[in-house]
Design a protein around this ligand. Structure first.
Ligand code: PLP
Length: 368
């Protein structure tokens, strides 16, 4: 049996709600999108939620209402999915990339504060793999320097740090892409704390219209469809069970693998609740095999793996040469990018699957 790195399983609830939308004849943005916004906001504890066509368009719109435009600087991580950086650059803004903590994989608050200049408008922490960046300290830094915070919470629905839930400080951007913990195929959600931002986001996502053919801004078509929203809305009641299953799977993998030589299993700092979008190991120099060799052995044993992400963003030529990408010294991010490998952790794994994964990894180490 092959075990995929991600699991897209659609249950009868999704089938039922999607066919209800098909029968209603209203496929575009309507009642189902509104219901998804309300329910997600209630669950996460956000005052307002604005749905968009993707996590990327959520980030773009959030930066726009945060006042980020040409020449403004945004501080973020170099070790993330490309959408984080693209959303900043497509605003014409400047991205300042700071190094990460190799244990949490997230930006270091001290380096964030050190990168602030007169041009800084916003901080964009990325909650990589489903673990929050240190939002306690980022909140203090943002308040002290009067900066907006746009959280890239694309991988971190319902992740928490103490009593703080992802996306509830200022603006939070979630993805509903097919493989994310909550999925609509494609889609995004912006959590918003202030009514004026929420109103502006609704106008911007819908061609700058407040009412039909009443144009009040230059806008976009970044709407989510009811058809897609039905998938996410039907999954929403199950999301906490999905997270519980992922936590259990992660705990199993860590106890099975943490003592292997050269394996740095992911660890969760005290007070944080991880939602395990990915379960990501680091393989250090002491490991008897490379991550490519490990991936090959696992593939031969029917276990899919992923590398998120093989290089830091400023090491891609398009960004290395980009005048609006400012990368300082990034030794930890660069090293981590060469060491990570993700194993399946999704809610679809059975006990047999978990043993198959652990045995395959252990076996790969024994054979060396
Ligand atoms: C998935 C993802 C995005 C973009 O979301 P899309 O819905 O694919 O546009 C942004 N940032 C991170 C960290 C992501 O993982």
């Amino acid at each position: 049996m092959h075990i995929n790195i991600s699991d897209v399983s659609i249950s009868s609830e999704e089938h039922a709600l999607v066919s209800q939308v098909l029968q209603s004849g209203n496929l575009a943005q309507g009642r189902i999108v509104a219901e998804l916004e309300t329910k997600f906001g209630d669950l996460v504890g956000a005052k307002h939620v604005v749905a968009t066509s993707s996590g990327t368009t959520a980030l773009q719109l959030a930066l726009e209402v945060a006042g980020v435009g040409p020449g403004d600087e945004v501080i973020t991580s170099p070790f993330t999915f490309v959408a984080t950086l693209n959303s900043i650059l497509t605003r014409g803004a400047i991205a300042r990339l700071v190094d990460i903590d190799p244990v949490t994989f997230n930006v270091r608050p001290d380096l964030v504060e050190g990168a602030i200049s007169d041009k800084t408008k916003a901080i964009m922490p990325v909650h990589l793999y489903g673990l929050l960046a240190d939002m306690d300290r980022i909140r203090h830094i943002a308040e002290k320097h009067n900066l907006r915070v746009v959280e890239d919470a694309a991988q971190a629905h319902f992740a928490t740090q103490g009593g703080y839930s992802a996306g509830t400080l200022d603006l939070g951007c979630f993805s509903l892409y097919a493989t994310k913990n909550l999925s609509a195929g494609e889609g995004g959600l912006i959590t918003v704390q202030n009514a004026a931002d929420s109103d502006r986001l609704r106008v911007l996502r819908n061609q700058g219209m407040r009412n039909r053919y009443e144009y009040v801004a230059v806008g976009y078509n970044y709407r989510l469809t009811d058809l897609a929203a039905a998938l996410a809305l039907a999954q929403l009641p199950r999301l906490s069970d999905v997270i519980t299953a992922r936590r259990r799977n992660a705990a199993f993998l860590t106890s099975a693998l943490r003592d292997l030589p050269g394996v740095v299993a992911p660890s969760v700092p005290t007070g944080y609740a991880h939602v395990w979008h990915q379960y990501t190991l680091r393989l250090s120099q002491e490991a008897p095999l490379t991550r490519g060799e490990l991936a090959d052995v696992l593939a031969a044993h029917g276990v899919g793996t992923g590398i998120y992400y093989p290089k830091i963003l400023p090491d891609h030529r398009v960004f290395a040469e980009h005048p609006n990408v400012i990368a300082g010294n990034l030794p930890d991010a660069r090293r981590v990018a060469s060491e990570v490998i993700s194993l399946p952790v999704h809610q679809g794994l059975s006990d047999t699957d978990l043993h198959q994964i652990a045995d395959a990894v252990t076996g790969a180490f024994k054979g060396r």
